[in-house]
Design a protein around this ligand. Structure first.
Ligand SMILES: CCCCCCCC/C=C\CCCCC/C=C/C(=O)SCCNC(=O)CCNC(=O)[C@H](O)C(C)(C)COP(=O)(O)OP(=O)(O)OC[C@H]1O[C@@H](n2cnc3c(N)ncnc32)[C@H](O)[C@@H]1OP(=O)(O)O
Ligand SMILES: Cc1cc2nc3c(=O)[nH]c(=O)nc-3n(C[C@H](O)[C@H](O)[C@H](O)COP(=O)(O)OP(=O)(O)OC[C@H]3O[C@@H](n4cnc5c(N)ncnc54)[C@H](O)[C@@H]3O)c2cc1C
Length: 661
């Protein structure tokens, strides 16, 4: 049963919900990993809806940037007071969720505090450092951010210019931004809100540069909030979206911090200037790996937001005719609309499933690393590098298709899809620009193939074992596992093609760097296919583990949409394996699976359980009463406060009057 049905709803949406074949609360339990977690989300939404001071003071699209930042801060402060009664304070998921619900996706002063400030202290700080700062940060006595990127350097961390030079005589580090390009640029909440930051700076001891390391740095006075002497800080200005966040710039001029402010769980500087190396050279990058490991689920949810809006709206929007000329048809009945939206629903489910898997893998790695075992770091770095790149790109594509699927109203901020798009595609850039991260995964794939070439296939990890197989024929009695083999063929042949291109260029005498650059488009293609294969196999495994038979049946239907769409999408890579008859068969299976999923489309998006407050979309309202609310929304636009604006009295009217003479 669809749990969203209520009296007074748009009858078209109710009809859709009645046609659903499964219980949406049970599906939510599968999406969020357990009945308890799905129920907690419902309870938190419900509790928030009953607290007047947590409601939006006006629709976000009508707010100026200053109002957005003020509103985010107002709500953050209220939440901090109310949180103990509303959520499990130890749960990161609940903390993120309630902020999302109350403040939305446009950013807020604590967005980075939870995800990039507290985790490095907790994982890279010593016990004493944690004792000193963790409690204060968790109680929000201080607000923090993560300052790594510089005006001139983001992707290439080796070129960061900020320095932290150890001064033995005073037992302090002296922070400096030696050039304009070394100014920290982009950190969220740095601009106006944060008073502390994790700063990534080159550690210099006895004139030797040990590369980027993390430091705890106070930026502003804790009483006056004024920048401390030696600190230059401010906001970088408006962005494409995410304007409730104050991304900032930061410069240091001989700014001193105590030796104890370098996060020293892994690397250390001793009082006499000795440097102790970390157990793995890239352990300082693990804060980024943590965020990347969470991005597939986050992005899947961004896509889920846009699809909830587009699918619900498509069920109430009637336009044109099919057979019955007496009533216009729901646009959701057009095959083109289904082809535009349903593969994205499948992807959203796939991203969320695989996102929760990578969060689990990261949590396991964290335990291993704390126990001194860093052997899994390279695997997870490769996996999350590829995953963040593919998922953010496909999420952006899916959201944009969702916008277009809503026709003209999709272009209005009342749909809110443009904001979702703007925030989500930031993910193509932050936490590592997508091409750069695909090339990180490519290094791993090339190394894996070199192992095969050197007769060491048995040392390959399970995620790359397929690179050594030799599939040349597919039985087209196609079930998911045969589709997986088709995808493995595509990913394998592209990985070999790219590696061989690189090796050929090397053998022709080209430098490693030039050869890599000349092969890089092919290498990124290999990384994408490898990642899409991983997403597909995780989806298949996940569906296989579902116990509730009604839920399993729908998920198999959704999986069929996914695997047929994905294979059609990579057709060019499987030409050597599949005949044109086989491709036709798959194409037809895709069209059949679109029809099969159609009656469950609304229930599948309802199962994401995104409340109206969180969705902030007139088009995507749960009750489907879109037209009357669009009219209300337009009337409430500040431009309509007056009938005659100054733009008219001051310019247009005089112009028209003058023209009359
Ligand atoms: C509705 C949904 C709800 C959602 C709720 C949440 C909403 C949130 C929305 C918005 C929030 C926005 C928040 C944005 C926050 C953004 C923060 C940031 O962006 S922080 C800055 C991030 N910066 C980067 O990511 C920089 C990218 N660059 C790098 O990471 C590195 O420079 C590099 C590209 C990895 C290269 O590093 P380096 O030059 O040092 O190394 P290489 O020579 O290339 O490689 C040497 C070997 O090291 C391996 N390596 C590299 N990194 C790692 C690692 N992390 N772990 C393990 N190994 C690593 C590399 O693979 C090489 O190995 P070999 O090939 O030699 O074996
Ligand atoms: C919304 C948002 C929030 C952010 N928040 C933070 C934050 O809180 N803290 C923080 O420190 N930073 C933050 N950032 C910065 C972000 O991490 C960087 O912008 C990102 O890492 C990309 O680096 P860049 O800007 O230097 O891109 P560039 O590296 O300059 O990329 C420009 C182009 O060059 C290409 N390119 C670069 N290197 C290579 C290469 N080796 N091979 C092939 N192509 C290459 C890229 O693919 C891209 O096409 C944020 C950014 C955004 C957009």
């Amino acid at each position: 049963m669809n749990q969203s049905i209520k009296p007074g709803d748009n009858p078209d949406l109710t009809e859709e919900r009645l046609s659903g074949t499964f219980d949406t609360n049970s599906m939510a339990a599968v999406i969020y990993g357990s009945d308890k977690l799905a129920q907690r989300r419902r309870e938190i939404s419900e509790a928030v809806s009953r607290i007047p001071e947590l409601q939006d003071s006006k629709p976000c699209p009508f707010m100026t940037r200053e109002e957005k930042i003020l509103e985010g801060s107002r709500k953050s402060a209220i939440l901090n007071r109310l949180l103990p009664g509303l959520i499990d304070l130890d749960s990161f998921e609940e903390t993120v969720f309630i902020h999302q619900e109350v403040i939305g996706i446009e950013g807020h002063p604590l967005a980075l505090h939870e995800s990039l400030f507290i985790p490095p202290i907790a994982t890279q700080g010593t016990d004493e450092q944690q004792k000193k700062w963790l409690g204060r940060a968790q109680r929000r006595e201080i607000i923090g951010c993560y300052a790594q990127t510089e005006l001139g350097h983001g992707s290439n961390l080796r070129a960061l210019e900020t320095t932290a030079t150890f001064d033995i005589s005073s037992q302090e580090f002296i922070l400096n931004s030696p050039t304009i390009t070394s100014l920290k640029w982009w950190p969220g909440a740095l601009g106006k809100s944060a008073n502390w930051s994790i700063v990534i700076a080159n550690l210099i001891v006895h004139d030797k540069n040990h590369g980027p390391h993390p430091f705890m740095v106070q930026l502003r006075d804790e009483k006056s909030h004024e920048p401390l002497p030696g600190i230059t800080v401010g906001d970088i200005g408006p962005k494409m979206a995410f304007n409730g966040a104050d991304n900032g710039f930061l410069g240091f001029e001989n700014y001193r911090i105590p030796r104890e402010n370098m996060l020293m769980r892994h690397s250390k500087v001793t009082p006499d200037g000795g440097y102790i190396r970390p157990p793995h050279a890239k352990i300082g990058y693990s804060g980024m790996v943590r965020v990347r490991s969470r991005m597939a689920a986050e992005q899947g949810l961004f896509l889920a937001h846009a699809l909830t809006i587009a699918v619900r709206y498509s069920a109430i929007r009637r336009q044109g005719y099919l057979e019955d000329r007496s009533r216009e048809v729901k646009v959701l009945d057009y095959q083109t609309q289904q082809h535009r939206l349903f593969p994205s629903i499948a992807r959203a489910y796939a991203f969320i499933f695989c996102g929760f898997e990578t969060i689990r893998l990261y949590d396991q790695l964290l335990i291993d690393v704390q126990n001194g075992n860093t052997s899994g770091m390279a695997d997870l770095h490769a996996l999350t590098s590829g995953l963040k790149s593919v998922v953010t790109h496909q999420t952006g594509e899916g959201i944009e298709q969702a916008r277009m699927a809503c026709g003209g109203h999709g272009y209005s901020m009342a749909s809110y899809i443009s904001e979702i798009y703007g925030v989500a595609i930031g993910g193509c850039t932050y936490e590592g620009e997508n091409m750069v991260m695909l090339l990180q995964l490519a290094r791993y794939l090339v190394k894996s193939i070199e192992m095969i070439q050197n007769g060491k296939s048995k040392n390959l990890g399970p995620m790359v074992a397929y690179l050594a197989a030799n599939e040349s024929e597919i039985d087209l009695n196609l079930g998911p596992n045969e589709y997986l083999k088709v995808f493995q063929y595509a990913a394998r042949s592209q990985a070999w093609r790219a590696t061989e291109k690189f090796q050929k260029l090397r053998n022709s005498g080209m430098s490693k760097e030039q050869a890599w650059n000349q092969a890089s488009v092919e290498l990124t293609r290999a990384s994408r296919l490898h990642t899409r294969l991983y997403i597909m196999s995780t989806f298949i495994n996940h569906v296989g583990s579902v116990v509730d038979q009604k839920i399993k049946k729908v998920l198999i239907d959704l999986l069929n949409v996914h695997i047929t769409y994905e294979v059609m999408d990579i057709g060019i890579y499987v030409q050597g394996l599949l005949s044109s008859d086989q491709m036709d068969l798959i194409r037809n299976q895709l069209y059949v699976s679109l029809e099969t999923i159609r009656p469950n489309a609304v229930s599948l998006v309802d199962s994401f359980q995104i409340s109206d407050m969180q969705l902030r979309s007139v088009l995507g309202r749960r009750d489907g009463n879109v037209y009357e609310n669009l009219f209300k929304w337009a009337k409430s636009c500040p431009l309509n406060d007056k009938d005659v604006l100054e733009s008219v009295t001051k310019y247009l009217k005089p112009m028209m009057d003058k023209s009359k003479l």
